[in-house]
Write a protein that binds this ligand. Sequence first.
Ligand SMILES: O=P(O)(O)O[C@H]1[C@H](O)[C@@H](O)[C@@H](O)[C@@H](O)[C@@H]1O
Ligand SMILES: [Mg+2]
Length: 280
Amino acid sequence: MAQQWQREYDFAVKVARKAGEEIRKAGESEIRVMTKSCTVDLVTKTDERVEKIIIGSLKEEFGEGTHCFIGEESVAKGEQCILSDKPTWIIDPVDGTTNFVHGFPFVAVSIAFAVNKHLEFGVVYSCLEDKMYKARNGMGAFCNDEPIQVSDVQEIKKSIIISEHGVDRTPEKVKKIFSTMQKILCIPVHGLRGSGTAATNMCLVASGAVEAFFEIGIHCWDIAAGAVIVKEAGGILLDVDGGPFDLMSRRMVSANNDIIAKRIIKEIEVFPAERDDAPV
Ligand SMILES: O=P(O)(O)O[C@H]1[C@H](O)[C@@H](O)[C@@H](O)[C@@H](O)[C@@H]1O
Ligand SMILES: [Mg+2]
């Protein structure tokens, strides 16, 4: 069955690259910025247009009605975010929208494919770096077709940890986010980083550039593809309370190994985030 979904996988890489070219072109002209859940949750016409290009290409290639879609901007416009057993594409057309608006050079196209609620493959194209990350279950993880694997660091004091502050500026949540970061920084670790895109952060874990990335408040489309890439690069995924990873829970720890993951989890001050699949 190793060849199952190969055609979908190959096509996802092609579509991600085409989407990345659209983002690069759009970045050279005036970017019209709008907002979604709050004044710092940005969206642009490019996000919407690129998502339409991705979904339109997939429907054209695989037929209308054969697959389901969860796209960040479609959900933002009211479509359901329910992962069924049907073959489903989980898409973030522009991960790092704030970066895109500001010209901060980390913007990724994230495309994942799930069947029976199980992630089959993930593709993350960091389009300003021209780095194509991809992974299929049981087939390893790659960046520009070179195999990648997580870091072998086991000592937390020799690690770089990535986290993000997200778009929620509620004082009590911001306090927990920065209190967590302060506790981790003062373990001490070598450093804290954040690229501004969860998909890229996960690929940095998978490629061994950092030891872990965690965030509360991300969405399934931010992390679905990166989850496959981290796992296939030898990393692990957990819930922020140490339980099993739950794609729709809006919280996640991805790490190079269990030791680093569990050490980070000890410091995380958890706060609630409504599930992606919560009843509307
Ligand atoms: O750029 P997005 O698709 O909105 O996702 C970003 C989010 O905006 C940012 O606040 C962080 O949560 C990142 O981890 C997301 O990828
Ligand atoms: Mg995103």
